[in-house]
Design a binder for this molecule. Structure first.
Ligand SMILES: *[C@@H]1O[C@H](CO)[C@@H](O)[C@H](O)[C@H]1NC(C)=O
Ligand SMILES: *[C@@H]1O[C@H](CO)[C@@H](O)[C@H](O)[C@H]1NC(C)=O
Length: 404
């Protein structure tokens, strides 16, 4: 496994985008899933898309310890611009909802040790109908650099996917020419796949730091599971292109929202760690239950996501509702393993496996330690059984260390 990764990533066959960013998956907040295009600042001032929303979330990210765990990007999504460009063709923020301007907002983030991300669209208009970047790519890249933006999420509504190979790489060049490193988040392969065009992942990795391949996440377990299964089927050979500098993006975390049970939230967080996914929380961190916050702040799970090897887990096999996933870690021979129980029957399922079946048949055996609660499960020889009870729609996440 390591040699395979070395061939693809470290030995230079697939070059990453050379802007120094996303050496491990980026972490932070992204407003879309939870706050959508809420324009109603009159009756819902706390939750409308406005500078107040991003500043108040940033305050909590700092005050409640998220920043110090690595959550550093505060990302705006659609619906921030004014309806029209200014007289020089530049984008401008909605003056009522962002009265201090974008540079002021980015400086607010920087003063707190955070970064500001913004959203635009490759097409004529954004998905919600605001001015798009088509024919303004260079102007917009320069505007974002002037505003001291740190990340650009670039959507693909209202454009022709056939133009994207040229368009996204052109935008990537214009971002580079500004000389300001801005993490480039692309929706390019997702739009190509949706119309049946096979993405060129080598080109995508050369031009983007993170890229979406599949549908937007929604606030439900069905949505989470459909994304897990999409990466499990691995029809784009996704794991092979993930690594320092460039990662697949399964979309936001919905931990702390309405749709998932406590155990389903652990399952999403554990699987997003395994997938080397960006960890962009889309929840109202100002009002989050302590047990959900504890999931998002679990250092051991974050460490699996942030492992410097940057490998994305692959699904070893599926047996009925049980899925086994394996992620190689930087320390040679160590792994993270996830066993997912997708069954929804009312009792924990007792899953019995051997080290060989989870893909680590080390002759001297392995130590298995559960990650969320840091519980040592035991030491096992390659053919020896171990049995784990896993809740319905739940996860068992563990680190695996070879014994010498
Ligand atoms: C622009 O690209 C060059 C060449 O790959 C790279 O050395 C440089 O760091 C890049 N600059 C930014 C701001 O991304
Ligand atoms: C910009 O932000 C600073 C402090 O964050 C504030 O004092 C100042 O009034 C803001 N400027 C504008 C134009 O709102």
């Amino acid at each position: 496994m390591h040699q395979f990764l070395c061939l693809l990533l470290l030995c230079g066959v697939v070059h990453g985008l050379n802007n120094g960013l996303a050496r491990t998956p980026p972490m932070g907040f992204l407003s879309w899933e939870r706050f959508r295009c809420n324009l109603d600042c009159k009756t819902d001032p706390e939750n409308c898309v406005s500078e107040h929303l991003y500043k108040s979330i940033a305050d909590v990210i700092v005050a409640e310890g998220y920043r110090d765990l690595g959550y550093e990007y505060v990302n705006i999504d659609d619906c921030w611009p004014a309806e029209d460009r200014d007289s020089e063709g530049r984008l401008q923020p909605d003056p009522d909802r962002f009265p201090s301007g974008m540079k002021n907002l980015s400086q607010y983030m920087h003063s707190k040790g955070l970064k500001l991300g913004i959203y635009e669209d490759f097409g004529k208009k954004t998905c919600a109908g605001y001015p798009g970047s088509e024919f303004f790519l260079r102007t917009d890249a320069n505007t974002f650099a002037d505003w001291e933006i740190d990340l650009l999420k670039f959507d693909g509504c209202n454009s022709d996917p056939k133009d994207m190979d040229v368009g996204y790489s052109t935008m990537s060049k214009f971002l580079n020419l500004t000389t300001r490193p801005m993490l480039f988040s692309c929706e390019w392969p997702g739009y190509l796949r949706a119309v049946g065009i096979k993405p060129n992942y080598q080109a995508i990795r050369e031009n983007c730091n993170i890229w979406r391949n599949y549908n937007d996440i929604q606030d439900s377990w069905d949505s989470v599971l459909s994304i897990i299964n999409f990466y499990g089927q691995n029809k784009g050979n996704f794991a092979a292109v993930a690594g320092p500098g460039g990662f697949n993006d399964p979309d936001e975390l919905i931990v702390g929202d309405f749709g998932l049970s406590y155990y389903q939230q652990k399952a999403q967080f554990g699987m997003w760690a395994m997938l080397a996914s960006p960890l962009f929380i889309s929840a109202d961190l100002r009002n989050i239950k302590p047990e959900f916050k504890a999931i998002l702040q679990n250092k051991r799970v974050i460490a699996i996501n942030q492992d410097p090897l940057g490998a994305q887990a692959t699904r070893l096999y599926e047996a009925g509702p049980i899925q086994v996933w394996l992620k190689p870690l930087a320390v040679n021979g160590t792994y993270a393993v996830a066993i997912l129980n997708t069954d929804n029957q009312g009792m924990p399922t007792k899953v019995t496996l051997t080290p060989a079946q989870i893909g680590v048949p080390n002759p001297n055996g392995i130590n298995i330690t559960e990650t969320f609660d840091n519980v040592h499960v035991g030491a096992f020889k390659p053919g020896q059984n171990f049995t784990i009870p896993i809740n319905p729609t739940g996860i068992f996440l563990a680190s695996v260390v070879p014994l010498s």
